[in-house]
Design a protein around this ligand. Structure first.
Ligand SMILES: Nc1ncnc2c1ncn2[C@@H]1O[C@H](COP(=O)(O)OP(=O)(O)OP(=O)(O)O)[C@@H](O)[C@H]1O
Ligand SMILES: [Mg+2]
Length: 354
């Protein structure tokens, strides 16, 4: 899927609200990949607010900086979007040919998308046709044009060429397919707990069954620590990551506050999983075998164990480099391991180098 573009050798650039991540890989036969370059640079706070890039120049500067620092020569970039400007829906339409669908897709989309169809880029794919019932199921993806324009502008301003645009949740799913090679019957909930958005993608085998973005993430922890413990943003961020503050606050002092945010987040995710179970037509087989958590906030202390306790299923941190080769002379293994959950989307984008 892609909101535009084809496929070529490229660099996956994940423009997150807290940091820009870039990954370049090269195919090494049999669907395998080797890491070529990796970059992770934090953004100043309030650069991206509510999914909108407020400071385009800062974002494009950071992108150029990553390319320069990592010596990345490839100019083609694949990126992705998430949040409220993106709508992903499965819709039922009358049975028709591909040509008819192409002609009618705007009209069909209009019935399901809360935005003016003129204001969005549309992409769709046919999930299944059922001539007997006279209907077919179509996956519809729409993203506000102004959002796409912002994301392509920062890449162009950085002197690179935006060649395709995906959705965060599907990029992570690519990384999942590549790294976990799921059995067709395995059902997994993929979570990406970032700074401002938590995306949920329930997949069976390599097929997405349900997606939803929840507007909450790591920022909720930082906000609460800031307020309750009277800290600056930077102090609260550091404490959340387990670094004691200069005035003697220990990570343990923050743990009850951290746990309270984890509880709320777990509840939100649980609601989403319950909603899927209740509305899916799979009946008793609407079961999730395990949960894989990507995103920087997967590293919040006790998050995976709390989630597991609440959901009653195994929850693990996502390893974006589980199946990707890298030269340990060129890359520090510790660094790659530490950054691995944060890089899920970028790895998924970079794996489209075929
Ligand atoms: N070791 C850690 N412990 C706890 N939280 C962490 C740790 N490392 C990073 N984070 C948090 O993870 C978040 C950043 O993760 P990530 O890079 O996945 O988000 P993003 O892609 O920038 O955000 P979004 O996708 O929501 O726009 C921040 O809230 C950061 O504080
Ligand atoms: Mg993200």
């Amino acid at each position: 899927m892609g909101l535009f573009g084809g496929s070529k050798s490229l660099v996956g650039v994940d423009i997150g609200s807290s940091a820009i991540k870039a990954v370049e890989m090269k195919p090494i036969g049999k669907g395998g990949f080797e890491l070529v370059s990796i970059g992770h640079v934090p953004l100043l706070s309030d650069t991206i607010v509510d999914g909108h890039i407020i400071d385009l120049n800062h974002v494009s500067d950071v992108i150029s900086r990553i390319f320069t620092e990592q010596g990345i020569k490839t100019r083609e970039v694949g990126t992705s979007v998430s949040g409220h400007s993106v709508i992903i829906k499965k819709i039922d339409v009358p049975y028709m040919s591909d040509e008819e669908l192409q002609e009618r897709i705007n009209w069909e989309a209009e019935q399901h998308i809360p935005f003016d169809i003129q204001d969005v880029n549309l992409d769709y794919s046919v999930l299944g046709r059922d001539p007997a019932s006279g209907s077919m199921q179509v996956l519809l993806i729409a993203c506000k044009r102004d959002k796409i324009a912002q994301y392509t502008t920062v890449i162009s301003q950085a002197g690179r060429i935006p060649v395709f645009m995906d959705v965060d949740a599907f990029a992570m799913q690519n990384a999942y397919n590549l790294n976990y090679q799921p059995m067709p019957t395995t059902t997994v909930a993929l979570l990406d707990v970032g700074a401002s958005v938590t995306s949920v993608n329930i997949v069976r085998g390599d097929t997405s069954l349900f997606t939803r973005d929840i507007s909450a993430g790591g920022n909720q922890y930082t906000d609460l620590l800031q307020k309750e413990l009277n800290l600056t943003f930077e102090q609260a961020e550091a404490l959340k990551r387990g670094v004691p503050t200069e005035n003697g606050l220990q990570p343990d002092d923050a743990q009850p506050l951290i746990d309270s945010v984890t509880d709320i987040l777990a509840m939100e995710v649980q609601k989403t999983l319950d909603f899927w179970r209740a509305t899916s037509q799979m009946g008793d087989s609407a079961q999730i075998d395990r949960v894989l958590v990507a995103g920087g906030s997967s590293k919040v202390r006790s998050l995976t164990s709390s989630f597991s306790e609440r959901f009653g299923i195994p929850v693990e941190k996502f390893d974006a480099f589980r199946n990707i080769r890298f030269n340990s002379k060129k890359f520090d293994e510790e660094y790659i391991r530490e950054l691995s959950p944060n890089m899920a989307v970028a790895v998924g984008l970079a794996s489209r180098t075929m």
